[in-house]
Design a protein around this ligand. Structure first.
Ligand code: AMP
Length: 543
């Protein structure tokens, strides 16, 4: 018989992260720009006390272990209290993206059977309309003090967040339970069909927090001041609210104020050292600092993921502002972190240019995530950095099934991500496309990300999407949909000529169209399905 380890066993519960933050880093600040526009200052100690009060309030409302609690809220201290108060008391925190269509919001609330919905006051009109139709919703709690509650509302089940907390004393002991219990649910944005729920466990969330904080992941430290631009309704803000409690760093929460000017002021006032978000949000910030000739005084590192980060954006951050960009890849089904662009010691004497090229990729796996690429028959492909295949992953924080869906999503024990990627001999993964967006030209695949990255390097281009356009000979050929920078002038021929020498000639797009703006999904990705629909009758000059 094997000798068993003789160590204490504590289940990996989310409440333990908060207990640690309270006891060991209680005075570290959580600063929030509120919906009302003012700045609110809290710390891990006050957040912990109020989270316990919230747990008491939820019990008083009659919620029971396993019940789901929805949130429609921006990044702020009350949302953090809900994360911990809900999951810590064995309820399930269901973050909902307020940018989804109202029908989708209603659909996922019903699917999760949310009993209570917490809502920021400026999102309240959305739930005010939906709640009367949602039988499962017993209470709507507006995340505000009494004086900021909606003046008039037909809702009869409306509660005030601060009043709920004021009625409790915070004398509450976090319960201990199985670490595999559900802690939170996040639905995929689902551009086709209904959204699907990923149900995270306490164990997977705590392990993800450990891994996310590691030096070769986000490298979160107690000396950091972190401003997550990525919303708390987008895969738990990439786990930052948990990892921050684990390392005891200061958090700065922007609320709904995500325009370039508001973000810049917050970065400067609160001495933010690091941040994380999708590429589109950085376009706004970079435009603002450029237009006003500003510099950052403390901002050192940003994690960019959620869609491919154009190399031109990495260069601008690094060369113009001295900010290191870490390119990361993940997805809702992965809690979300899978890979990050970090160097190995063997790269120390590589040229700057070669290092930059390597770090433009989506990066290498962190411990806890394994990956492979397979061909259309499911055969495993080599790691040669050239053969693109369907990317599959497995690990401690990858879903094994979707909420309430019987059919397993797994292929041979691996989760098929729907992304197409190459992996090089050193394990660096590069996404070439979403499999649905790949441009299939005469039996060959053209990845849209490469085509987009080239034009993002052109000074006149603000944003760009490559889409497949029907072609009588080649089936599909690339069409570039471009938004010009304000005031910039450029022709189709100039943009097509810009590809010369940068990609294989046969991949050069067949045409460019200019639009005023690109459609985005609720999580800030370019909505390619809509673009393909919009340009389905576009006639290519080569056709
Ligand atoms: P979501 O579940 O909304 O977070 O979306 C996950 C998807 O976003 C992935 O499957 C990828 O298609 C895409 N994605 C995330 N990060 C990156 C990245 N760094 N580069 C390219 N695509 C990305």
């Amino acid at each position: 018989m094997s000798l068993m380890g003789q160590m204490m066993h504590k289940p990996l519960l989310i409440s333990s992260l908060l207990e640690h933050a309270e006891r060991h880093n209680g005075d570290i600040e959580i600063v929030s720009k509120r919906v009302e526009g003012d700045i609110h200052r809290a710390n891990w100690k006050s957040i912990a006390l109020r989270s316990r009060k919230l747990a008491q309030a939820l019990a008083r409302l009659g919620l029971q272990a396993g019940d789901c609690v929805g949130t429609l809220a921006w990044n702020g201290y009350r949302h953090i209290e809900i994360y911990y108060g809900v999951s810590g008391s064995q309820l399930v925190c269901h973050t909902i993206n307020p940018r989804l269509f109202p029908q989708q919001v209603a659909w996922i609330i019903e699917d999760a059977q949310d009993k209570v919905i917490f809502v920021d006051s400026n999102i309240f009109p959305l739930i005010e309309k939906l709640a009367p139709m949602l039988a499962c919703v017993k209470h709507v709690v507006v995340m505000a003090a009494r004086e900021n509650m909606p003046r008039e509302s037909a809702l009869t089940n409306l509660l005030c967040y601060e009043e709920l907390l004021d009625a409790e004393d915070g004398q509450y002991q976090w319960p201990e339970f199985d670490e595999n219990t559900a802690a939170s649910i996040c639905y995929t944005s689902g551009t086709t069909g209904n959204p699907k729920g990923a149900v995270y466990a306490h164990r997977s969330t705590v392990l993800h927090a450990f891994a996310a904080a590691l030096p070769d992941a986000m490298c979160l430290k107690a000396t950091d001041t972190v401003l997550p631009v990525v919303p708390m309704f987008h895969v738990n803000a990439w786990g930052i609210p948990y990892a921050a409690a684990l390392v005891g760093c200061k958090l700065v929460m922007p609320g709904p104020h995500m325009d370039g000017a508001s973000l810049y002021n917050l970065f400067e006032q609160e001495k933010v050292t690091m941040s994380a978000g999708v590429p589109t949000i950085w376009l706004g910030l970079l435009n603002h600092v450029k237009a006003n000739d500003l510099k950052f005084s403390t901002f050192k590192t940003t994690i960019i993921g959620g869609s491919a980060c154009p190399p031109a954006m990495i260069r601008t951050f690094e060369n113009d502002y001295g900010i290191e960009v870490i390119h990361a890849w993940g997805m809702t089904e992965l809690s979300p972190i899978g890979t990050l662009g970090r160097l190995k010691s063997k790269h120390a004497d590589w040229s700057t240019e070669d290092k930059q090229k390597l770090l433009e990729k989506q990066g290498k796996s962190i411990f806890g995530i394994d990956m492979r690429i397979v061909d259309t028959e499911g055969q495993v492909l080599p790691w040669d950095g050239k053969s693109p295949g369907d990317l599959e992953v497995r690990g401690h924080w990858v879903i094994s099934s979707y909420f309430k869906v019987d059919k397993s999503p797994l292929h041979d024990g691996w989760f098929p991500t729907g992304d197409v990627a190459t992996i090089d001999p050193d394990g660096y993964m590069q996404i070439t496309d979403r499999s649905k967006d790949v441009i299939k030209s005469g039996g060959e695949w053209i990845g849209s990300i490469d085509l987009e990255n080239v034009l993002m390097g052109h000074p006149a281009v603000h944003e760009v999407a490559a889409i497949a356009c029907a072609h009588p000979k080649w089936d599909e050929r690339p069409l570039m949909v471009v938004v010009k920078k304000p005031g910039a002038e450029v022709s189709v021929a100039e943009l097509l000529a810009f590809y010369e020498g940068k990609i294989p000639k046969w991949q050069t797009p067949d045409d460019v169209v200019f639009v005023d703006e690109l459609p985005h999904t609720a999580t800030g990705k370019i909505y390619k399905l809509k673009l393909r629909e919009d340009f389905k009758n576009h006639k290519l000059p080569t056709a």
